[in-house]
Design a binder for this molecule. Structure first.
Ligand code: NDP
Length: 236
């Protein structure tokens, strides 16, 4: 039964990660979240970890494995933005976004792959963004970090696909979280005018796709990019 499996969601204390964790709990999985601050939702085990720190990730995995058992599903969700135009973008604006969104995914998935190889089962789900392939002025660092996840998942699929491990990318459009709440109202209006669905999505609309990818019905899907963007990125 897929629902008894152990799931780890990074950045599960708020936003999309929190909704994903809540959804896995509702569906009966054993769920752990990493958080730098705060706690995961009710029914989850919260472990402290910053995804830029490989030793902290290793310790977090060890704690979850001891308390819940081997981690079979990992959702690399923790991410940040540091938006500005290219000419104003500092080395730190660029490096910190890459180190969190891409480097964090590398550290988490590398650590997760050990147990998955042993179990000959694993589901790796990477949270990218519509802007990874669509592009976005002012988000060169973020967009590059998110499109890189497509090459990551596809290479992982080729490396580990024969061991019962799948790797997929979920590419959300505009989702109602702290990240989008920061956008000025005018900008939000402008974005909504370009989204065929005419609205932003709730985090739970992303969570439902993630739990579906983790379930038995998605066993033969790997290296895919699943958009959850109301039609914004069609064709990308
Ligand atoms: P939020 O800003 O609401 O939450 C971000 C989460 O990531 C928090 O839990 C945060 O932890 C965690 N995090 C950030 N940096 C680190 C780090 N170095 N180590 C550990 N955890 C970290 O973001 P969203 O929920 O909106 O976004 C979640 C994911 O979805 C991100 O990868 C984002 O790029 C992606 N996404 C979001 C979209 C949107 O419209 N909201 C659209 C497309 C993609 P803490 O609370 O400790 O800071």
């Amino acid at each position: 039964m897929s629902e008894q499996r152990v799931v780890l969601v990074t950045g599960g204390n708020r936003g999309i990660g929190r909704s994903i964790a809540e959804r896995f709990v509702r569906e009966g999985y054993r769920v752990a979240v990493t958080a730098r601050s705060g706690e995961g939702p009710d029914g989850t085990l919260t472990v402290r970890a910053d995804v830029t720190d490989a030793a902290a990730i290793d310790a977090a995995f060890t704690e979850v494995e001891e308390k819940l058992g081997p981690i079979e599903i990992v959702v690399a969700n923790a991410g940040i933005t540091k938006d500005t135009l290219l000419l104003r973008m500092s080395e730190d604006d660029f490096d910190s976004v890459i180190a969190t969104n891409l480097g964090g995914t590398f550290r988490v998935v590398k650590r997760a792959s050990k147990g998955m190889l042993r179990a000959r089962f694993g589901r790796v789900i990477l949270i990218s963004s519509v802007v990874g392939l669509y592009g976005s002025a002012g988000q060169i660092n973020y967009s590059a970090s998110k499109s890189a996840l497509v090459g990551f998942a596809r290479s992982l699929t080729r490396e580990l696909g024969s061991r019962g491990i799948t790797a997929n990318v979920v590419a959300p459009g505009f989702i109602e979280t702290d990240m989008t709440a920061e956008l000025p109202e005018d900008t939000q209006k402008q974005y909504k005018a370009n989204i065929p669905a005419g609205r932003f999505a709730s985090p739970d609309e992303v969570a439902g796709v993630v739990t579906w990818l983790a379930g038995d019905d998605a066993a033969y899907i790997s290296g895919a990019v699943i958009p959850v963007d109301g039609g914004l990125g069609m064709g990308h």
